[in-house]
Every structure is written in C-alpha cells, then in structure tokens.
Write a new protein. Sequence first.
Length: 296
Amino acid sequence: MFDFLKNIFGQTKQVELPSETPNKNYVKQLIENLQDVKNNDKVIPFTIQGLKPKGFLIKIGGLFGFVPFAHMPWNYLNQLHWNIVAPYLIGHKFFGSIYSLKETKPIHITVDGQKHKFQANDLEIGVAYKCIVIQKTRYGLFLEAGYDFNWEYGSFFGLAHKSTFFDLEEYENIKQGDIITTYFHGYNNDKQPIFGDTIKEIDFLTGKLDKYINTTVEVTVRKLPNNKREYFVDNIYPATLSVTKTIYPNDKKHIKEVVANLIDNEKITCEVLGISNRSKKIQLKLIDEYKRIKII
C-alpha cells in the first residue's frame, strides 16, 4: 500500500515521496516516533525482511531499516553462517533499539538487536532436534538447533562429528542449508552443544550403561583385516579389552596369548570395569577365557 515507504538502507536510487500532505505527515509521524525511541533508548520490535551484504533489511515502526550481523541477538563464526541461516529468519520478529537514525532520502535507520531478551531454555540429552546445516567440513557439521524452537530461545549453535553418523553415504549427501534431524549428546568443554546421529552414544552420556559396571556380560569379538580386534557388548556398545599388569597381575602373558587367538564373531565373557564417557567405550576384563563359545 505504502510504496513510498520503501526507504531501503543503502538504496542507490532515490525514492520521491508523493506530494499529498497526509502521506508526508504520516511519514513524519513515523520518524518522530522512532526518534523518540532512540532518544529514550526504548526497545521495540522489528521484523526481518531480507538479506543484505552485511546484515538484514528489517521493518521497524512502519519504516524500513537495517540491522548489522554484529548487532543481531547472537553471533556466528563468520558471515557465511548468517547467509545460510538468513532464509529461515525471514518474517521473524525480534526486539532492538535505534542505533542510528538519519532523516535523509532514503531514510537510514540502523538497529541494535542485541537488546533482545530470550526466554531461558536448554536442550535435553537424547532428544532429537531439527537443525540447519550452516557449514559442512571434512570432519563434520556446524548445526543450528534454534530453528527447532522457531527462534523463541535464540541460537543453539553446535557441532556434529562425522564419526557419529551411522550412514556415511547419507552424511555425504548432506548440504549446507539442509534441515536434518539429529540427537543432542551434551556439551563439550567449551559449553558448545554436541549433536550426532548415532543413538547409542547417548546411552554413554545419560548414565544408562552404569548398570553394567561390576557385572558379567557377553562380548562379541570382531576381527579386523589388520589383525586388530573390536569388542561389542550386546552387539551394540563398543568396548575396550586392555591387557595390563594392573588388570591381570598374575597372568598377563597368558591372557595376552588368549586375546591374540580370538577369532571373528567369537563370544567371550567379561567383567565390566567401568564406562568411559569420553571415548564412548565400555572397559572390560576377560574372566572366562577357558569357556569361549564360537558362533557356528
């Protein structure tokens, strides 16, 4: 309706206002309202309209304005991340204050969106979230889970290592800008969310596997081409079988020989010594090396 109000920040072509007095008065009133907002450091809503080279085109107080990436309610590592997230922010409302207002033609309005206050919320371990893939590297994905909450709680910027994906072919097909569903695994030492596709890893983080400690379990042996071996509890959870003097003070040499002769798909009986949340593996001790059962 009000085409004459398109005072887009940075617009090179000047927009001439209609000569009718009511329209001029209307624009003047909008400017005065925003000037009052600026002078009194008030916080008012703005709506994201589109992407510009260094920020977003917005609508605020009936006029068009600009909010730089650096003045958005949260930050990313680089501008590429903002470019990827931008399509999912169009139409969303945030709150900010007027940083600069110049009554030129076109009118220049710059907004500080860092005044926005989000409701407190947190991610839950083991719960699946829809995330925007904002960058893909050879090691994994940078993800934004704020999308899952419709940005109500701001940004949840995290990582998903490539090794946590069960289907590597599916991982290779993922592109920047895609929406994927992945599981929250917890936080790293930098308080950054960690996501992953492998559900079994969540069991290590939630303490679900603590019930195995000091119990006897059946373990499946998987022999690798390089003559190394992998171990799995319940055919699901990876485990380690270390042969050390501390664990086997009297028969380390014998146990080492037994382990060296384990074959693929063999079943062994072990005691669970502990759970490593860091390596995501169950720590084992071989206790029944004379009663191993072979799978036929």
